[in-house]
Each structure stands twice: as structure tokens, then as C-alpha cells.
Design a protein around this ligand. Sequence first.
Ligand code: MG
Length: 299
Amino acid sequence: MDRKDFFKTSFLGAATIAAASVGLTSCSPSSKKNDPGLKLSFQEGIAPGESLSEKLDFMENLGIVGFEPSGKTLVSRVDEIRDALKGRNIKVSAICAGFKGFILAEDPAVKAEFDSTMREIVAAAGELGSVGVIMVPAFNRQVPCKPHTQETRDYLCEQLHELGEYALSCGTTVILEPLNRKEAFYMRLVADAAAICRDSQSEGVKCMGDFWHMQEETSDYGAFMSAGTQYLQHVHMASRGRRLMPGEDGEKDVYFDGFRALKEMGYDKYVSFECGTKGERSKTVTSAVNLLREQWAKA
Ligand code: MG
């Protein structure tokens, strides 16, 4: 590196540190005053009940304000979901995947399947006012997959840019979900997903954190802060030992660190249940909601 390059690099480094400091300052503990409250959401299988309206009644009684349906049958259910939510204090939160194929498929036919089905779901999500459609670039089991190289990352960002711009035109976003390494080694950390959002250069590309998969993280607080409100669009919730209702894994089910970050950031999107239960659903779900509200208040 010659002298000129050295100064250029040093200047950029200083600018980056300065920018980071500004970000940290704006996220200081005093921003707890901006706590927008814990907005809880349920995936469709969480609440007990035979029908969607029974489930929504149960949710409403518990003060749940978000509903996260699967993308699988969303296109044909737009009217049904809209009607079911009419007059209730519950909105569609995120849409959980449901597309066919995957974005990093080697086979052009599989990639084309992803493109068409994902865009249909994104359009339906926009009609329902959803915060975004959750996607994983490639599960470990999805093969053949483009190799894990710089070229593939560049390709992913280009493809996401197009998809993000399309989602914006529909009034919604696409949300990258990092998973644990057993499911998707490609993208495991919230910070990595956030960096892909940044490099995709589209306001329509966002990311999320899932407390279950966040076992990969060294810090829940650091993970959420690394995305910030600029990129963090959704959060998934589960117990931290067996992916059951929060509380079913006893002392492991501690969310203070992550909640503190969300409060300090002024995160105003949803925290949505994605988990099973070993107990009687109406009881375990209710206890979980109470536990999370207690921890949020103390965080
Ligand atoms: Mg999840």
C-alpha cells in the first residue's frame, strides 16, 4: 500500500468509526423512553381452535396483535384472511415463506419456479398489508445449489435487489431469515443477513432474527443491534432448548438481552411465535405470553 492509499484507507476507517459511533449514540439506553411496546404475533398453528376465527378469538383475548400465515396457500386466501381480520385489533404481520424452488438454485427451472411463486406471494402479502415475506436463500438440503463463493454472494445481492424493488412496488418487503448451521450454513447470523440487505441496495430487502436459530449468535443484543431498525423487519420466538412455547424450557428461556436491544432500538415491528408445545396448548401459550411480557417490562 502506498502513502496515498494508506491515507485513503485511514480516512475511510475513521469515517466508518465516526458513523458507527453516531449509530451507537442514537441507540443509548435513554432510548428506552422510545419503547414502542411488545407487539406479539402468532403463526397460524399457535393458538388453539378448530377454525381461523376461533384461533383469532383466542388471540384477541390474549392481546395478540399480529397474525403470520404461511405463504403456501396465501394467494387463494387473501379474501378469507382479510374478512377474518375485519373489525379485529389483529393485522397480518409477516408471511412465512411458502414459495417453491429457491433463489440460489443451480437448475434454471428451479430458480424460475422460485421467481414466479415468490412474486405471487409477495403480491398477495402487499394486498394484506404484510411487513414482508420471509425467505431463506438456500437450506442445506436444497441441492444443487450455487457454490458458496463471492460470485454467488454478488449474484444473490443482484437478485435480491430486483426482488426487493418488486416487493416495494407491491407495498411490502422480502425478509431474509438466518438459520442455524444444521439447517442453512449459508446465512447464520443476523449481522450477515443485514450486510446482505445493505449490499442488495433496495429498501425492499430486510432481515429478521429468530430466537431459536440465534443459538448461533454470541450475543442476542449484538445481533439485533447489528441490523438496527434500518434492516430488522421481524422476529421469531420459541423456547431456547427444544423450540417449544417460551417457558417450556425453564431457565433456558431468557430473552432479556435481545429484548433490551429491541427496546433501545425502538423496534416497532412484530415478535411472532414459531414453535411447538408439549403441554396443553391453551395453557402453555397463555403462560408464554405472560412470561414474555414480564421479561419485556424488565429488559
Ligand atoms: Mg423462524
